[in-house]
Ligand binder design. Structure first.
Ligand code: KG4
Ligand code: ZN
Length: 341
């Protein structure tokens, strides 16, 4: 089954063709990062206008790179939630128009489920990893820090989430504060490499909960930075960056492994933009090795927003009989329910 995926939930205009949920035939991402960089964050109006300008070209390129025409796909999948409403609507309207014009089925995809599905995609030319439920998935991005239990792809359950900032959001804000640039995650990671003595920050103690909290440590960095004088060395900034990075990704890795143990599953997958972070990837590997858990990380290429992950999740839904119609909107796909009990 070949599916055309469309993703416009934030600042990437993306389209891709994926076969049988795992094999990427094409993957086009039109990034807007340059447009937003000078504002230090995504400006929703600019994002939606840019999506509108490029979406048709991005879709045409995705079909072209896959060497197929629209009539050759078995269906379309589009991100419906969560995201910037003006941006989501551009992808949604385009997907509906193409589905209607080609008489193809369409299905709405939850962006977080798409990030989980990224762990099923093969690195270019490689074998797709054998990722099958049950598993716990960590999705850490600019908008989310979620732990999801997946016993069935169609019924994901939320077992942990951030109580304040998302991990990527906290990294972006602190990077901006330290004058490191945008997007903040990779900038902070690069700055942290110059650290010799990372600052040790306290981590929020949320008891037995699998939730996260990053706003306290974010405030701690802001206070410490304010105390830095103009003569303070770059190294001090690097030490703050390294300490903050560790205080964010440490709990992500620990709680992800704890969730697996608590749920009795032995597969952990990780995706979302922050999962491109090298320290997080190595801490996850350590935690999993210690607890006898198999780790499947989304390939770096598919950690940040892309449409291959949306097409992959859409393949699963379409092949299991899920269909939406042309009334599809941002509410049609349900939220991921918090696990009961
Ligand atoms: O998944 P994504 O592309 O978009 C959202 O759905 O939010 O994630 C973007 C987030 C940003 O906060 C960015 O700073 C962070 O992922 N990010 C990273 C790295 N690369 C991207 N954070 C830490 N280390 C990285 N290497
Ligand atoms: Zn995302």
């Amino acid at each position: 089954m070949r599916v055309l995926g469309i993703e416009t939930s934030c600042d990437e205009t993306a389209a891709a063709v994926v076969e049988d949920a795992r094999v990427v035939l094409s993957d086009v991402v039109g990034t807007q990062v340059d447009l937003h960089a000078r504002y230090g964050g995504v400006v929703p109006e600019i994002a939606s206008r840019r999506h509108l300008e490029v979406i048709d070209d991005v879709i045409a390129l995705a079909l072209d790179h896959a060497g197929i025409a629209l009539r050759d796909v078995e269906g379309l999948a589009v991100t419906t939630r969560p995201g910037l409403i003006g941006s989501l609507v551009v992808g949604l309207s385009s997907a509906k128009a193409y589905a209607w014009a080609a008489s193809k089925p369409i299905v709405g995809v939850h962006h977080i489920v798409a990030h989980l599905s990224a762990a099923r995609l093969a690195e270019s030319g490689g074998e797709p990893p054998p990722v099958e439920p049950p598993f716990v998935g960590l999705v850490a991005s600019g908008g989310h820090s979620d732990l999801i239990l997946v016993r069935d792809w169609l019924e994901p359950e939320l077992v942990g989430e951030t109580r304040d900032d998302a991990a990527g959001e906290a990294l972006d804000k602190v990077a901006r504060h330290l004058g490191l640039g945008y997007p903040g995650g990779p900038a902070l990671e690069a700055a942290a490499r110059g650290s010799t003595e990372p600052v040790e920050f306290p981590v929020a103690d949320l008891g037995d909960s699998l939730d996260f909290s990053f706003s306290g440590v974010k405030t701690a960095v802001v206070r410490l930075t304010a105390a830095l004088g103009p003569d303070d060395t770059l190294r001090r900034r690097a030490d703050l960056a390294a300490g903050f990075q560790a205080a964010v990704v440490g709990p992500l890795a620990r709680n992800a492994a704890r969730a697996c143990v608590a749920e009795g599953v032995d597969l952990l997958i990780a995706g979302g933009g922050v999962a491109a972070n090298a320290l997080l990837r190595s801490l996850l590997a350590d935690e999993c090795a210690a607890a006898g858990i198999t780790l499947a990380l989304a390939p770096m290429r598919y950690c940040t927003d892309n449409a291959a992950m949306v097409a992959s999740a859409g393949c699963e839904l379409l092949s299991r009989g899920r269909r939406d119609d042309l009334l599809l909107d941002c509410e049609s796909t349900g939220p991921i329910a918090r696990r009961r009990g």
